[in-house]
Design a protein around this ligand. Structure first.
Ligand code: 4NP
Length: 180
């Protein structure tokens, strides 16, 4: 009798977790190395959803289009910028995008035109509508790339551009989530 109740409770809990995961909005940020821009975007987006009390509705990750930095933590310049803004990047290590990442995501948000072009080569047609350029959502900034701070060392500029675009992405996602 007790054993059956325990099993029933486990089944209910598993089902609830599965349902919650199914209904989460899955956001994937992508850049070339996954050590500068996309981990910063991931961390900023996680902080924004936490502060709004809506973190449970989101699954947020970041990946690379290349394997150049596989297993590496965020770049020291990105770490310093994230530290300045109390952004958490613990446990982040670069990894390349997989087919499972693509099929799992609802939004695949790239940092620059080159990331976008690279992904267009590998994303199946059915998933192409998930693919976006981060700054496209900012009025007057359509087609603008977030310049790679790996080359420019302008990690502050990366933060600034993400700080302009990410709140607009979250606003759009929340509108869709609440309507759905
Ligand atoms: P990210 O920056 O794409 O913003 O992470 C880069 C990091 C590493 C390399 C290029 C860009 N790399 O060539 O190793």
């Amino acid at each position: 009798m007790l054993k059956n109740s325990v099993i029933a409770m486990i089944v209910i809990l598993e089902f609830s977790t599965w349902r919650l995961n199914m209904t989460k909005t899955k956001v994937l940020f992508v850049c070339l190395g996954n050590i500068c821009r996309s981990p910063m975007a991931e961390s900023m987006f996680k902080k924004m959803t936490s502060e709004k009390g809506i973190a449970d509705y989101y699954q947020i990750n970041s990946v690379a289009t290349s394997s150049e930095e596989l297993g590496n933590p965020p770049h020291p310049g990105a770490q310093a910028e994230m530290d300045r803004h109390q952004l958490n990047y613990n446990g982040h290590y670069s990894r390349p995008i997989t087919a499972a990442d693509i099929s799992n995501a609802d939004y695949i948000i790239t940092m620059d035109e080159s990331n976008l072009a690279d992904l267009k080569q590998i994303i199946p047609n059915r998933d192409l509508s998930k693919l976006h350029l981060c700054m496209d959502i900012v009025p007057g900034q359509k087609g603008t790339s977030i310049v790679d701070p790996w080359y420019t060392h302008r990690f502050d500029k990366t933060y600034q551009m993400l700080n302009q675009s990410l709140p607009l992405w979250l606003k759009k996602m929340e509108k869709i989530r609440k309507e759905g």
